[in-house]
Design a protein around this ligand. Sequence first.
Ligand code: MG
Length: 346
Amino acid sequence: MKVFFSPYTLRPIQPLNALSTSVNERKGALLKVVWEDELTGYADLHPWVELGDRTLDEQLAALRAGRISSQIERCIWLARRDAELRFEGKSIFDQNKYLVNLDYSLDPAASAKMKNNFLLTDFKLIKEGFFDDLRAQDFSTVKIKVGKNLEQEADVLEHAAAAGFRIRLDFNSVANPKIFEKFIGNLSSPIRSLIEYVEDPFPFDVASWSEAQSLVRIAIDNEYEKVDWEEISSVPFDVIVIKPAKLDVNLAISRCQQWNLKATVTSYMDHAVGVSHALGVAMELKEKYGDMILESGCFTHHLYQPNSFSEEISTQGPYLMNVNGTGVGFNKLLEATPWFQLVEIQ
Ligand code: MG
């Protein structure tokens, strides 16, 4: 197996979450993997050091020395899915019933199509009629990154709730049990009833998460690695956030089945290649597991200044229209990308 890489830079339009307060450029690398059977596939390596990932340079250096980081392991798994589809000349989105066509609004089954939540990171966007406009585009769920200014955030929740939105909150573990309890306790019961779940309220431990779960439904995202699945006797959360860039999809699904949990598939606030992979996984899982798979959260490419890749992802409101090409798409762009050989693994 040969691994090639191509570094890239993404430019956020505004700060992305409670942990990243600047709009500094974000660096990652596309990976091209060529197997001995000549199949070739692509994936995106986009480390979030703020969330505990090793840096890009560390992971690439480790690979050069023959050690595969868990994140690169996921890249190779995704690249193989991509490679097999490319070999067959198929797109990951081919014949997928969760794709909608342009006149989706005329399609009576549109409500059954796979939707993505609207990710709200910049409250400056919120002007008169903002949430009503989103509703008119057919968005039904808004995900709000919280934990920077709880008073202002509670106010935003009120506006989202008034427009009838289902609400996902993500604290990225920056709260603590006391602050969290107070924040939730201060919300009116109509607003609380619209909260679909709260993601990573504070660092994981079974007792305090169980208490949080008695107030509101809880989803686990970055804290997932801390769960001792062998020892745990009850699971203090309701939803697993599956980021194919970061965790073993099949293992996460089997845990959902074992513990009767729901799953949300999201991208990793990464390159368009990563976004397309996440969308492909989301749709495949939706087709296989139905109601267990909630609305996904893959439209994170809008958080960055557009580039030639992200412009290939065609969306309409909460729906993916298509990404042209085979596998996860981007055929011409990937062909034109300069690749550097990183390593040959026997
Ligand atoms: Mg999260």
